[in-house]
Write a protein that binds this ligand. Structure first.
Ligand code: NDP
Length: 594
């Protein structure tokens, strides 16, 4: 229901003003990676260097790149469909993907574990809490690896060095840094979106002489403790933290409790909604009927896509989406134009933002700190935050918040300099996210050479060009999983699962029917590009009004180089139904199959 007391124009103006303060001409190019003077900052702190192993030379039905929740679910489905001649490769030393790399204190999933953790009914595993710790998720990934017999198909600490399509043999020839050569009928890439740490482009960062590390490479030897907390070696340390996104929300309560002093250098505050975590009730969990998990994840996705359905999840996400749904429902049916729906959703969003800002005043007693912690942008401009500990942690006396919305001047050997003032620190922790704004090939770290020697890095130098996200013309038998131009879900494992159902259907049929090549037709790809362009165009005003972030190429929505910038198909509910019908029709529509 629209809140009549809201001054819509004034809120819009404030959001615009805050956005403009944060825009930087460099956009996505402002960031640095673990290269050059920062080389080594992405080294694996959790595993020793790999032991030597014999190089492999293998013929495979499928080579899967990435052993996170994408690779694990894919491996499980391949086993179910009796496609056993596969390998799963990863640069990490175990399964887990993002849950392998991210082990920072306070880490938890931000979507209910009952739908985030796949195959709970198959494994019989009961998550201990509604939002479980990262250590539990990592252990569950290992459990999935064991349960589906995937360890003997996995090759860890192995990086791709080359990938070329051999058209005569109808095989991908893939080489690795361990000297392996694989000839695979099919390849899938699910190397993830949060795999490469990103660092702030602040002058002098390479000259800092204290300890510094990224949240996805936590140095427990320096801080003490583990993913569950207890950072006892920080008791006499002045810690500086750069980055205040979803990661920082989970890290800050741990640092605030254990460090002598914490200075948070904040460019944009995250809106912090209610978390409501708690232990799982075993009786409730045991009472869930067969099929409950699929039902739960589907209805959650439906409400995230604006469908009014009966979803059993009552949490920060669902309450937010249900507000938007109610606002649209309140419109008379004959007045539900795109414009009226947009306006109703905007008003409902603004009303929610007001509640979130009021929460800051309730939790933070220092009015200056409270003012800094209020977020002035629409909820879905960034990944929404939920925490019941973050604001109380910021309220502590040993925690300072320094506004760097105008930028940090520089980093010296022992301090962060802001507006000419020096803030000395012993340790700098970067919660500055992941490489998301660059091209697909840059993020993957390897190129793909397709039919007729065509390079993917060239085809996609200005953004992805795909058919349904999974396929690209000129690149047969390779499936591009992840946040490609596909239907997208808040609950990422669900999206991956839909992609896996689709591609394994195709692989199974090809193997059964002796089909050797599957490739998107040029026409199908062009048609999909037009549909994606239309979705992008419809979303443009929203993106252009958003505060900078990785959803809008740091405020330059026209920069479409990255996978995220290339667009996604909404609503994903309709997208997944379309794929179901595509499979039921059985005609491989849009694909050349031989
Ligand atoms: P984000 O990309 O969301 O945030 C990066 C932060 O670094 C932002 O606050 C950004 O500020 C700040 N930053 C970057 N450069 C500078 C600079 N030069 N000076 C000051 N601040 C700077 O990274 P996160 O690691 O927080 O989260 C990444 C994603 O991972 C999330 O969006 C979420 O999808 C996922 N995630 C999921 C979790 C889960 O529970 N499942 C938990 C944590 C993360 P600004 O906003 O101004 O750009």
């Amino acid at each position: 229901m629209a809140d009549k007391s809201l001054d819509i124009e004034a809120i819009r103006a404030r959001y615009r003003q805050e956005r403009e303060r944060r825009l930087t001409p460099a956009g996505t190019d402002q960031y640095r990676f673990a290269e050059g003077e920062l080389a080594g900052l992405d080294a694996d702190p959790y595993a020793p260097p790999p032991a030597p192993r014999a190089a492999l030379d293998e013929e495979l039905d499928l080579l899967a790149i990435g052993a996170g929740l994408g690779g694990l679910q894919l491996g499980a489905e391949l086993r179910r469909k009796r496609i056993d001649n596969f390998r799963i490769l990863d640069v990490a030393a175990d399964f887990g993907g993002t849950w392998y790399w991210n082990r920072y204190p306070g880490l938890r999933c931000d979507v209910e574990s009952y739908i985030y953790l796949p195959f709970l009914e198959e494994t019989g595993y009961m998550p201990t809490e509604r939002y479980v710790r990262g250590s539990e998720i990592f252990a569950y990934c290992q459990l999935l690896g064991r349960h589906f017999g995937l360890y003997d198909r996995a090759l860890f600490q192995t990086a791709i060095t080359g990938m070329r399509w051999d058209d005569d043999a109808a095989r991908w020839v893939v080489t690795t840094d361990r000297g392996d050569t694989f000839r695979a009928r099919f390849v899938t890439t699910q190397s993830g979106i949060f795999s490469r740490p990103q660092f702030p482009g602040i002058a002098g960062i390479e000259h800092f002489k204290g300890k510094m590390f990224h949240s996805a490479r936590w140095d427990y030897a320096y801080t003490g403790g583990n993913g569950d907390g207890g950072l006892d070696r920080l008791a006499d340390k002045r810690v500086g933290l750069i980055g205040t996104g979803a990661t920082a929300l989970q890290v800050v309560p741990e640092l605030a409790r254990d460090a002598a002093h914490l200075t948070i250098f904040q460019r944009t505050p995250t809106a912090v909604g209610v978390r409501d975590n708690g232990p799982t009730d075993p009786a409730w969990f045991a009472s869930l009927p067969p099929g409950w998990q699929r039902e739960r994840e589907i209805t959650f996705n439906q409400i995230a896509n604006g469908e009014k359905v009966d979803c059993p999840i009552d949490d920060g996400w669902s309450r937010f989406f249900n507000r938007l749904i109610a606002a649209v429902e309140a419109l008379p049916e004959d007045q539900r134009t795109a414009e009226a729906i947009g306006a109703a959703q905007e008003a409902a969003d603004f009303a929610y933002n007001e509640i979130v800002r009021a929460r800051v005043d309730d939790e933070v007693s220092d009015p200056e700190k409270a003012a800094l912690l209020k977020a002035w942008y629409r909820t879905l401009c960034k990944r929404p935050g939920f925490s019941d500990d973050y604001l109380p942690a910021c309220n502590r006396d040993n925690v300072d918040i320094v506004d760097v919305s105008g930028g940090v001047d520089r980093i010296s050997e022992d301090a962060v300099i802001v507006n000419g003032r020096s803030y000395p620190v012993d340790c700098l922790i970067f919660c500055t996210g992941f490489e998301l704004g660059t091209t697909w090939a840059h993020q993957a770290g390897y190129d793909v050479i397709g039919r007729d020697g065509r390079r993917l890095s060239e085809k996609w130098d200005q953004g992805l060009v795909t058919y349904h996200g999974l396929f690209s013309h000129g690149f047969p038998n390779i499936f591009f999983m992840g946040l490609t131009q596909t239907g997208t879900t808040v609950n990422v494992p669900h999206m991956l699962r839909e992609q896996i159902d689709h591609l394994t259907y195709i692989v199974r049929r090809c193997l059964d029917e002796g089909l050797t090549r599957v490739e998107a037709t040029r026409e199908a790809e062009q048609g999909w590009q037009q549909q994606i362009a239309a979705v992008n165009e419809a979303r443009r005003p929203f993106q252009e009004a958003c505060t900078p972030g990785y959803f809008n190429a740091e405020g330059k929505a026209e920069d479409r180089r990255s996978a995220i910038g290339s667009g996604m198909y909404f609503p994903s509910t309709a997208f997944f139904r379309m794929w179901e019908e595509w499979r039921a029709a059985g005609r491989f529509e849009g694909l050349d199959v031989s």
